[in-house]
Ligand binder design. Sequence first.
Ligand SMILES: O=P(O)(O)O[C@H]1[C@H](O)[C@@H](O)[C@H](O)[C@H](O)[C@@H]1O
Ligand SMILES: [Mg+2]
Ligand SMILES: [Mg+2]
Length: 280
Amino acid sequence: MANLQSIMDHAVAVARKAGEVVREALSDDRKVMMKSSAVDLVTQTDQKVEQLIIQSVKEKFPSHRFIGEESVAAGEACVLTDDPTWIIDPIDGTTNFVHAFPFVAISIGFAMNKQVEVGVVYSCLEDKMFTARRGKGAFCNGEPLAVSDQTDIQQSIISTEFGANRDPEAVDKIFCSLRNILSLPVHGVRGAGTAAINMCLVASGCVEGYYEIGVHVWDIAAGSLVVSEAGGVLMDVDGGELDLMSRRIIAANNRSIAERLVKEITPFRPPRDDSPPQKL
Ligand SMILES: O=P(O)(O)O[C@H]1[C@H](O)[C@@H](O)[C@H](O)[C@H](O)[C@@H]1O
Ligand SMILES: [Mg+2]
Ligand SMILES: [Mg+2]
């Protein structure tokens, strides 16, 4: 049986170390490479930070498994089993990092029996360490977090992202949802450029709801626990149960805001994270 406190301590320590690497790299030349498309970016820092995290976890927890964004991009399988698994996004907000737009996170989730037990999101340019353990609350730099108590969507801020999908049909649906929500009207629509930080903003009580279609399990694993432990709710964009591998999420302060978002979102289904790779 894994000791969850030692896992949390290790996740926090390695996230802090990773944050230092990211901050130092901001002053260097950032060589940008493309992944699935011209707007899906990766840098050597993403790869270096993922290796740093995986190596350090392997030394301490040799039997644990990993799902890491850059390892999956390099061809590793993206499968969530019942085994203890670290779910890592070394830089959440790579586009922000490339442009020095100041919201960049290291996201580390730890799951057992397919359930996230520990979530650590380090917003490393703000130096905010968000932590959560299932059943034990959510914190930022050690201070307890609580979601907003707003139930009226018209008095709310909603955050979302456009993602990296430029397929015209998907873009039309993304804009349709955005138009519906903006016209409710809501107080505002925001986007930090990182799923993990958007979710921590919900957990902190300054954003009522976040939704996105196109995210990956490494973007949302840690943040989802931070939101639920701060008192928030998680669901699929169609109102069903959140499925971490489905690439769709609503994270909100309460059920009434989440269900109101469901009514306004035009859903679509990107290929699942655990779908077999497409043969070319
Ligand atoms: O690739 P990284 O790890 O930077 O993460 C993604 C963001 O977290 C998404 O919300 C966002 O919409 C983008 O798709 C972005 O790629
Ligand atoms: Mg990410
Ligand atoms: Mg990333």
